[in-house]
Design a protein. Structure first.
Length: 264
């Protein structure tokens, strides 16, 4: 500031009222630097942070409006004043930024979510579907757990490519000697199901599980591994519906072939 004042004097300009916001600090309370992992705004964009979340978070560093944490741009314009800017350094908290980002992801319409996600699908090496309605529905399945756009693609990569293999723990637990006949019956019966939509798929699974004397989760987890490669995914019936009839059958049959090869 002293140097800025000298410049104003030298140029003959009237001095403005100067005000400063706190420095942004790392967790160790030292000035934020590369050793803290400090990045450019572009890097945060590439990591899948929304502009709304970044603006919201930066505005809250060193400034407050009561206990409110989430602010739209319009609210920031309405409430911001220098009287509520603190003097202490502001600690950069990646976890809080991601929490805000997950909030703003859930505020997007399905169309906005799909448009925002499309570059990240292509960035991961996949061909982005032309059907943005489908892409939006897929993305919505991950909004409760994913914190960034990039994470949605990482968690949902099985929607864009069939599993190259199966989780070893899932294979050990679920691909038992009984798995092959159950999977064959499941595939055969599912082929005639119409319409191929989440509610009818769920009713089908419940009926078949009861017929086989199984818990729904046992039959569903077997199919989940076949479709996604693992035992953790969004609701199975919605996954199958979004994959579509043909892709679902291809993956079920691939799992059958894998089980046959294990028995050989």
């Amino acid at each position: 500031t002293p140097k800025q004042i000298l410049c104003y004097h030298a140029l003959g300009y009237a001095l403005p009222a100067f005000a400063h916001i706190p420095m942004i600090l790392g967790a160790d309370r030292s000035r934020l630097s590369k050793r803290h992992g400090a990045e450019s705004v572009q890097a945060f964009r590439e990591a899948g942070i929304l502009p709304q979340a970044m603006l919201n978070y930066l505005a809250r560093l060193g400034w407050s409006h009561g206990d409110q944490e989430v602010f739209s741009k319009e609210e920031l314009i309405r409430y911001f004043d220098m009287g509520h800017v603190g003097s202490a350094g502001a600690i950069f908290d990646q976890t809080k930024l991601e929490w805000l980002n997950s909030h703003w992801l859930r505020q997007l319409s399905r169309a906005e979510l799909a448009q925002s996600l499309a570059p990240f699908v292509e960035g991961a090496g996949f061909t982005c579907p032309r059907d943005l309605e489908w892409l939006g529905q897929m993305a919505e399945l991950f909004l409760e757990r994913a914190k960034t756009l990039k994470e949605i693609v990482e968690r949902g990569r099985f929607f864009f490519e069939a599993p190259a293999g199966y989780d070893p723990q899932a294979v050990q637990k679920l691909f038992t000697p009984d798995a092959l006949p159950r999977l064959r019956l499941l595939t055969k019966r599912l082929e005639s199901l119409s319409p191929f939509e989440a509610p009818t798929i769920e009713m089908f699974f419940r009926g078949l599980a009861a017929e086989l004397g199984l818990k729904l989760v046992d039959l569903a987890q077997l199919a989940r591994v076949a479709l996604t490669g693992g035992i953790a995914s969004p609701p199975l019936f919605q996954v199958a519906a979004l994959l579509g009839r043909d892709e679902t059958f291809q993956r079920l049959r691939a799992a059958e072939a894998f089980l046959v090869s294990r028995e050989a």
